[in-house]
Design a binder for this molecule. Structure first.
Ligand code: ADP
Ligand code: MG
Length: 528
């Protein structure tokens, strides 16, 4: 038993004894009971007990061997009780019950063993007293009708009662002790758990804080200190916005990304998730926030984006260079031959034509590319699409005239109006039409039709050409993708871009051997 616990129990014992003696004395006066054959002896007895009480009280904080001290007190109590029993008539005394009180207090306050020891001492002393009385060795009178058997019966009953009491008291106290031990174990388990939790929180690589419902910080872990540059001791107890200013007006649940300005003037991007903290019964008690430093990640991300952009520009530039170098090479070839001068007139003219042709080609590549890369703003007008398509197809017919047997047909003739940029849509139709014609090297049909609904209008270009594989369809809208010797690969990318500007769609249906259909889908009213 811990020393402090023993001291407080001993104090209780001393106090209880003093109270008992006072009550005992007082009640004898109140009830005017004349139990005591020898009042002087009783007075002496009571004074002795008071003096002993004072001595005990003085000694308790000085004595080292507390257990022995307790045993001595209790043994002396037993002796005093025997003295009282002696003074009040031995076998006829009412006070033998007091022995039980001492055994009880020994058993409960100390332990089971002390209970048995006190029971033994009590039994021996009581037995001895009654024996002495029976054999008249001490001057205590007793009525003549009490015979020998009653004396032994009395000793027997008292002995049994004292041991029984010691047993019960010990049983009680050992149960109590076990419960106490369990409680202590639980306590230390809880303390361990708390320690473990604190350790886990401190070792988290993410910043973590908790606040009460007013936003006052309760927990602020090491990673949080590192990210915010704030010290835990300065932030705990104050508002969370001291460390994370973006939480100033409201602490909102959910995930956000915020910028935090550090005390040293730097900046950090922080990804933070906040949730409501609830107690076991589900009541809101505050907030918990977990946050990470995303600064490096963000830098890396924007670096990657820049790199991707640069790579795309690089690829495009390579393609442009390639497209421009081909005509340049043949241009150079023609001019070098012309410079030599010994070329017959007939050839010279042909070379000149080639040179001019290549220059025109260069010019058209550059123009096309600019159309694609820097489109002019749309000039939206109410336009009759069937007239527009019809005009374009007429031009196309003139171009293909004589080159094989290609038939170009328009199925519609009624007016269909839509809000579009007519110049640009004309260009789209031209690009699609010329592609279809170029695809049908051995002749075929291009059938164009227009379908209109309440809010949309479609223009379909269906050819009976060779068609395309799925893989090829996937590439045709990339700038500079071409399968033609003199193609630029810009026609479809420009068409796609223009339709996109009109907030429409350009779709393809094609299969090898089954021809190709391009469908332009446009909203009838622009911007709705
Ligand atoms: P270009 O006409 O200069 O080659 P385009 O962007 O207009 O560039 O077309 C890209 C490629 O798509 C063409 O080279 C061709 O292989 C393919 N293509 C386009 N239209 C058709 C079509 N109607 N039928 C089959 N292939 C087509
Ligand atoms: Mg083309």
């Amino acid at each position: 038993m811990a020393k402090a616990a023993l001291i407080s129990r001993l104090k209780a014992l001393i106090g209880f004894r003093a109270l008992f003696v006072s009550l005992f004395l007082g009640s004898a006066f109140v009830f005017k009971i004349d139990l005591f054959a020898d009042p002087r002896a009783i007075s002496l007895f009571i004074i002795t007990l008071y003096v002993l009480t004072i001595i005990y009280a003085l000694l308790i904080n000085r004595i080292k061997r507390l257990l022995l001290f307790a045993y001595v007190q209790m043994a002396l109590d037993l002796a005093a009780e025997i003295a009282l029993i002696f003074l009040t008539g031995g076998i006829e005394s009412w006070f033998s019950f007091m022995l039980i009180l001492t055994v009880l207090s020994a058993g409960i306050m100390l332990n089971r063993k002390a209970g048995y020891i006190m029971a033994s001492i009590g039994s021996i002393l009581y037995g001895a007293l009654l024996d002495f009385q029976f054999y008249r060795l001490i001057p205590v009178a007793y009525a003549g009708e009490i015979h020998e058997g009653q004396f032994f019966y009395n000793i027997f009953i008292h002995t049994v009662s004292l041991y029984g009491t010691a047993y019960l008291a010990g049983y009680l106290s050992s149960n109590l002790e076990r419960a106490e031990e369990k409680l202590e174990q639980k306590d230390s388990y809880l303390r361990d758990l708390e320690f473990f939790n604190m350790k886990v929180i401190e070792s988290l690589p993410s910043g973590l804080f908790t606040t009460d419902s007013e936003g006052q910080v309760l927990i602020f872990n090491r990673a949080a200190e590192k990210i915010t540059g704030m010290e835990k001791d300065n932030i705990i107890g104050s508002k969370i916005e001291t460390a994370l200013p973006f939480l100033e007006n409201s602490i909102r649940q959910g995930r956000t990304e915020e910028v935090v300005r550090l005390p040293d003037g730097g900046k950090k991007v922080v990804g933070i998730t906040i949730s409501v903290l609830r107690d076991i019964s589900g009541n809101k008690t505050g907030f918990i926030g977990i946050f990470q430093d995303l600064t490096q990640l963000k830098e890396l991300e924007s670096e990657m984006k820049n790199k991707e952009k640069l790579a795309a520009i690089g690829e495009l530039s390579a393609n442009i260079a390639h497209e421009i170098r081909n005509p340049l090479a043949s241009l150079r070839g023609s001019i070098e031959m012309l410079r030599e001068g010994k070329i017959p007139e007939k050839h010279r003219e042909k070379l000149m034509d080639i040179a001019i042709g290549e220059m025109e080609r260069l010019n058209s590549i550059v123009t096309d590319f600019l159309t694609y890369s820097r489109p002019k703003p749309l000039d939206i007008q109410a336009t009759d699409l069937s007239a527009l398509v019809s005009d374009t197809l007429e031009l196309l017919r003139n171009t293909v005239h004589g080159s094989g047997n290609i038939i170009v047909r328009l199925l519609n003739s009624e007016e269909i109006y839509a809000a579009v940029d007519p110049m640009k849509i004309r260009q789209v139709c031209w690009n699609l039409g010329i592609n279809a014609v170029e695809a049908m090297e051995n002749g075929g049909q291009l059938i164009v039709s227009i379908r209109a609904s309440e809010d949309k209008v479609s223009i379909l270009f269906s050819d009976t050409g060779p068609g395309m594989t799925v893989e090829k369809v996937g590439k045709i809208f990339y700038p500079f993708y071409t399968t033609k010797e003199t193609g630029t690969g810009l026609g479809l990318s420009i068409a796609y871009r223009i339709i996109e500007e009109h907030q429409g769609r350009l779709e393809v249906k094609s299969a090898p051997g089954a021809g190709t259909t391009f469908e332009i889908i446009l909203p009838r009213t622009y911007g709705k």
